[in-house]
Design a protein around this ligand. Structure first.
Ligand SMILES: *Cc1c(COP(=O)(O)O)cnc(C)c1O
Length: 356
């Protein structure tokens, strides 16, 4: 058990009065979790302290070479007022794996979970109440050596912040149009596509903006070598229901292993669907679309849970999906996962962890 010092703020902020206007991660709670690392000393001085800026030397390593990593998860308030997390051990293990890839000393799984729980407990009243709202939790680690040499830092800060966030689908679930990105890539074998390091997202912003200008809400990323196989959509995993079977890219190093992806695969298999994790050519998906076999397409991620896709455009061709509506299975997955997360359905999978 991590020994965590708790220092509460003397001047708590006013909580947002109107939870229908929260938006996504715009305001933050009263506190943050912080823990330091120094070579020879390891992780130390775990504490929950008042939320405040860091003072960083302009030559701090992370500001230049982006040796850092983050996570994204949520705390949910049930109708009975209990606060709970969804599979936090998956996020914690992914953080360990990401640290390993980025040359960062890992934060042990138990310590990561203790840190998240401690912050959520202290800021419990910040977990919003309105249907579909949650407390978005952002653990991250940054390299804090001062100096401009390119090498692994000897000092780090691990921090957890949290933001009350509005219902993702406040205006109802609207299927989106997706642009298949044919020029820029997100990941390639040997690179960092499988981990949540900031550089991946910086590198993806331009393609996202270009797609948005053309009227699409996200890009679908193809593999970085042949630009033939589908990998992810925006910062979500993506799944295709073709002729009754479910297909998604395998997590072989270029795809982020999503907790939502993994949970949805388990649910689909429980329900008797065949789920194929492998290589899926965009040409075959477009062909299935032409033949009327592309039944449903959806993105998966913590923020949206599922994001139904109504149209895919690759080069000069577009295919329509599910008649522009959310598909039956997509809806069932959304209802089941959100039901478990907000405690409206029994947690038969052992996915829920109480914050107490
Ligand atoms: C976070 C993320 C996902 C989704 O992961 P979840 O654990 O389901 O939230 C998928 N792809 C990318 C690139 C991501 O950053």
């Amino acid at each position: 058990m991590l020994n965590i010092r708790i220092e509460k703020t003397a001047c708590p902020k006013a909580k947002p009065a109107d939870e229908s206007k929260l938006g996504f991660a715009k305001i933050f709670t009263d506190h943050m979790f912080v823990m330091d690392y120094a070579e020879g000393k390891g992780w130390h001085d775990a504490r929950v302290v008042p939320y405040a800026p860091f003072a960083l030397d302009p030559a701090t390593a992370v500001l230049h070479y982006a040796q850092e990593l983050f996570e994204g998860m949520k705390a949910y308030r049930t109708a009975e007022g209990k606060i709970q997390l969804f599979r936090p051990e998956c996020n914690a293990q992914r953080f360990v794996d990401g640290c390993e890839r980025m040359g960062i000393p890992p934060v042990p799984v138990e310590d990561f979970i203790d840190a998240v729980k401690a912050l959520v407990k202290v800021d419990e009243e910040w977990v919003p109440h309105m249907d579909g709202t949650s407390l978005y939790i952002r653990p991250f680690v940054i390299a804090t050596d001062v100096g401009l040499g390119v090498h692994a830092s000897k000092n780090y800060i691990f921090c957890v912040i949290a933001a009350p966030s509005g219902a993702y689908y406040a205006e109802g679930i609207n299927p989106v149009k997706i642009y298949v990105e044919d020029e820029y890539i997100r990941a390639a074998p040997g690179l960092t596509g499988a981990v949540k390091c900031g550089g991946n997202y910086a590198a993806s912003i331009k393609a996202g903006e270009l797609a948005e200008k053309k009227g699409y809400s996200q890009v679908l990323w193809l593999d970085g070598v042949e630009k033939k196989y589908v990998e992810e959509v925006g910062a979500m995993n993506i799944m295709f229901k073709i002729d009754g079977k479910i297909y998604t890219a395998a997590c072989n190093g270029t795809v982020l292993p999503g907790v939502t992806r993994r949970s949805i695969i388990e649910l689909c298999r429980d329900w008797g669907y065949e789920v194929i994790e492998g290589k899926l050519a965009i040409a075959d998906i477009m062909q299935a679309g032409r033949e009327g076999k592309l039944e449903e397409v959806w993105g998966t991620g913590t923020a949206a849970v599922v994001s139904p896709v109504k149209e895919l455009t690759w080069k000069d061709e577009s295919v329509q999906i599910s008649g522009g509506k959310i598909g039956e299975l997509t809806q069932k997955l959304y209802d089941t996962l959100t039901g478990i997360q907000w405690g409206k359905l029994p947690d038969t999978k052992g996915w829920i962890v109480a914050v107490d």
